[in-house]
Design a protein around this ligand. Structure first.
Ligand code: HEM
Length: 410
């Protein structure tokens, strides 16, 4: 890791290499202190954008769908490209009444009651994967233990057929669509590969929707197929975009959080001991792991009107990015934010966003992290990280793609 550049202007938060070259938390500390409303200057043809790093400012923008829209993209990739082709159709990039109506289509399918079957499968899956990891002794926690849990969960939810053939294929595609495990991959090659992966995911769901129309099923695709908004049934494209959003939104974020649990515990043996001996409950531990790992570093919006944030004028049309990973370490909000405290309460982290677009899968994400924690507590005595972790290469996601560990039985 290199020292931060003396001039903050040299920082480029859109470049994934920034997060490999520097400790991201050092960046956030410095920006919160010196430039909480930071202008990330344009680079070449690419436009500049604002980066907010204070918790209160971030939450205020998440909540404010009067001055800010998601319909022109909600992550740097689409915001910088000028928009998202699924705007107005995919939940995360739809605003206003259409967003509320679409969200209502999902809310029933995502209620804790409706998810009880999926949640039970998550717990079984986590137990059997962790048990297998302990039997292996030495393993890659990312690939051998955590990898298949979230993809199976979302596949159960959406009605993707059982078995590795379909689900492994989708897993490969989702891994390529948002981030790259290869730090040295040429930027253009990586962009091309991720575009192809995104298209393949859409094509896969095209076929699945056709099948669901032929034979109605009791799953989330089934719920979408049976829904209408203002009397108009959802089109195949609408459904496919939303399947894409669920698989992309729910797979990698949950996976990275589960993987991040291990180094968090290994680096804080007192916290692991407190969790193991029951001093700390799973409920608070889950929230702290979510705060600590912050797998989705940023989301973003475009300003629709001139607006002032912390005394700085943001013009209509400007891109504004919201860095959750900084909000979660804001010293004005969290007591000792750089300390992992599994009993932390209250813990109003920004990991799932806030306001109208608050994560639809938050209950499921929490269930997955809780299932992993409980499986580790049940089956693992000691954990050792045996090689330098490999990190994902992204300006959106933060976490580990490969983690060599030794798991000793409880
Ligand atoms: C929205 C994070 C798990 C589906 C969001 C947002 C965040 C987030 C920050 C807000 C985006 C914005 O405001 O633009 C996470 C994290 C997860 C997780 C950190 C895991 C630890 C899941 C899961 C699913 C899911 C498991 C689905 C099964 C969605 C969807 C939205 C969303 C559909 C859009 C909601 C809307 O626009 O109304 N997520 N998520 N997420 N998430 Fe998650």
């Amino acid at each position: 890791m290199h020292e931060l550049p003396p001039k903050l202007d040299a920082l480029d938060l859109a470049d994934p290499r920034t997060f490999r070259a520097h400790d991201q938390y050092a960046i956030w500390r410095r920006l919160r202190a010196e430039a909480p409303v930071f202008w990330n200057a344009p680079r070449g043809d690419r436009p500049g954008f604002w980066a907010l790093t204070k918790y209160d400012d971030i939450m205020a923008v998440y909540k404010d769908d009067d001055h800010f829209t998601s319909e022109r993209g909600n992550v740097l990739t689409t915001l910088l490209a000028g928009g998202d082709s699924a705007a107005g159709r995919m939940l995360a990039v739809t605003d206003g009444k259409r967003h509320r109506d679409l969200r209502n289509v999902f809310l029933k399918a995502f209620s804790p009651r409706a998810l009880s079957y999926v949640a039970e499968r998550v717990r079984e899956n986590a137990r059997s994967r962790v048990r297998a990891g302990v039997e292996l002794g030495a393993c890659d926690f990312a690939r051998d233990v955590a990898e298949k849990i979230p993809i199976n969960t979302i596949s159960d939810l959406l009605g993707v057929p059982e078995g590795d053939e379909h689900r492994d294929h989708l897993l490969d595609l989702t891994k390529t669509a948002l981030s790259s495990d290869e730090a040295d991959a040429d930027d253009e090659d990586a962009a091309e590969a991720s575009l192809m992966a995104r298209n393949e995911i859409l094509m896969y769901f095209d076929d699945l929707v056709v099948e669901h129309r032929r034979t109605p099923k009791d799953d989330v695709i089934g719920a979408m197929v049976a829904s209408s908004i203002d009397g108009v049934p959802l089109s195949d494209d609408d459904i496919v975009f939303n399947c894409y959003s669920l698989i992309i939104g729910g797979d990698e974020t949950s996976r990275l959080t589960m993987i991040g649990t291990v180094p968090a515990m290994v680096d804080h043996p007192d916290q692991w001991a407190a969790y193991k001996n029951g001093t700390v409950e799973t409920k608070t531990a889950v929230e702290e792991i979510l705060r600590w790992v912050s797998p989705a570093m940023h989301f973003g919006r475009r300003a629709t009107k001139d607006v002032t944030v912390r005394g700085t004028k943001i013009a209509a049309g400007d891109i504004v990015t919201l860095w959750n990973s900084s909000a979660n370490r804001d010293e004005d909000v969290f007591d000792g934010p750089e300390r992992l405290d599994l009993a932390r309460s209250p813990n109003r982290h920004a990991t799932f966003g806030y306001g109208p677009h608050f994560c639809l899968g938050a209950y499921l994400g929490r269930t997955e992290v809780g299932a992993m924690l409980e499986a580790l507590r049940e089956y693992v005595g000691e954990m050792h990280v045996t090689a330098e972790p490999e990190l994902v290469h992204s300006n959106l996601l933060s976490g580990i793609s490969s983690l060599q560990v030794k798991l000793l039985p409880a």
